[in-house]
Ligand binder design. Structure first.
Ligand code: F6P
Length: 335
């Protein structure tokens, strides 16, 4: 097999300079996405301005030219070298107008926004109100965006949470305790479900399902009767009452010693795993190509092996369901 030679992408939109920012909660792999944007642009002969602190920095004019050498040693780093924020000012028309003016003053032809649904709302408004071409790149650990099989950061967050679950299982089994573990995911149960299956949990609570707590109490009692050394129950943070509520109910309903562990922001940090780096590299490249093709107002995503475009508003209006087969499988394997 001969190695394919990279060729220059057509540029019918005449893009010369793009800007890139990260916004909302950071996610492992965001740096790999920034790197892919900067290096794809350099390969195509375009310039890139990095915007610091997301939309907050944009309305304050925190833009600076960045080049391929600035991307050295970033692919393996968690967090975001451009910094991120959740901006209240961007929710005002005045804030967005200031941001649009900074982009125009700096000769920017299109903006690439790496973030989640809140960030895409902000990007959508920018293009609708000010005609600035925008492309979204899905960067959030929650995996809750319609239009892509996975979001950048999700795979790493699952690994991090799983590592914690394995450790908690050691101590839980030694004390024959019930461990109720809360994972992130905002309103979605994707992380919880993957972690439950991979961690061999006895039960999983996700916001997509309203399982009665009484059923879980029975399952936990049953698993003790079967001789299990301890039980792991995974709870997605979006479940009403969270892990504490579930843990209190289990302890009251079973009389068994129960501990609650909320994993929290540790799930957002750390070195991105290869799947996140690869996804970020492909989507960063695709975002630059979308702008060069004259596309705007979409998120680039990966479905199967293909790169697809989804209108930004659909990414939050349409719901990405959890993998129901996996859910069924989780239940079966905890007998
Ligand atoms: O969207 C990513 C995420 O980590 C969610 O899982 C979580 O609900 C939220 O961000 C936490 O936000 P913050 O960092 O503002 O506390």
């Amino acid at each position: 097999m001969t190695e394919p030679t990279p060729t220059r992408h057509p540029n019918p939109a005449g893009i010369q300079r793009v800007a890139v920012l990260t916004s909302g909660g950071d996610a492992p792999g965001m740096n790999a996405a920034i790197r892919a944007v900067v290096r794809t642009a350099a390969f195509e002969g375009l310039e890139v301005m990095g915007v610091r602190r997301g939309f907050s920095g944009l309305h304050r004019g925190e833009l600076k030219l960045i080049g391929p050498r600035d991307m050295a040693n970033t692919i393996q780093r968690g967090g975001t070298i451009l910094l991120t924020a959740r901006s209240a000012t961007w929710r005002t028309p005045e804030g967005r107008a200031r941001g649009a003016q900074h982009l125009r003053d700096n000769g920017v032809d299109g903006l690439i926004v790496i973030g989640g649904d809140g960030s895409f709302h902000g990007a959508d408004l920018l293009q609708k109100e000010h005609g600035i071409p925008v492309i979204g790149v899905p960067g959030t650990i929650d995996n809750d965006l319609y239009g892509t099989d996975h979001t950048i950061g999700y795979f790493t967050a699952v690994e991090t949470a799983l590592d914690a679950v394995d450790k908690l299982r050691d101590t839980g089994a030694s004390h024959e305790r019930i461990f109720v573990i809360e994972v992130m995911g905002r309103h979605a149960g994707h992380i919880a479900l993957d972690v439950a299956v991979a961690g061999g949990a006895e039960e999983v609570f996700i916001p997509e399902d309203d399982k009665p707590i009484e059923d879980v109490i029975e399952i936990v009692k049953d698993s003790v009767e079967k001789g299990k050394m301890g039980s792991i129950v995974i709870v997605a943070e979006g479940v009403p009452g969270g892990a504490q509520g579930v843990g209190d109910a289990i302890q009251a309903g079973t009389g068994l010693e129960t501990r609650v562990s909320i994993l929290g922001h540790i799930q957002r940090g750390g070195t991105p795993v290869s799947s996140d780096r690869i996804l970020a590299s492909r989507l960063g490249e695709a975002a630059v190509y979308a702008l060069m093709d004259g596309v705007s107002g979409v998120m680039v995503g990966r479905h199967g092996g293909d790169i697809i475009h989804t209108p930004l508003h659909e990414t939050w209006e349409k719901r990405k369901d959890v993998n129901r087969d996996l859910y069924r499988c989780a239940k079966k394997l905890s007998v």
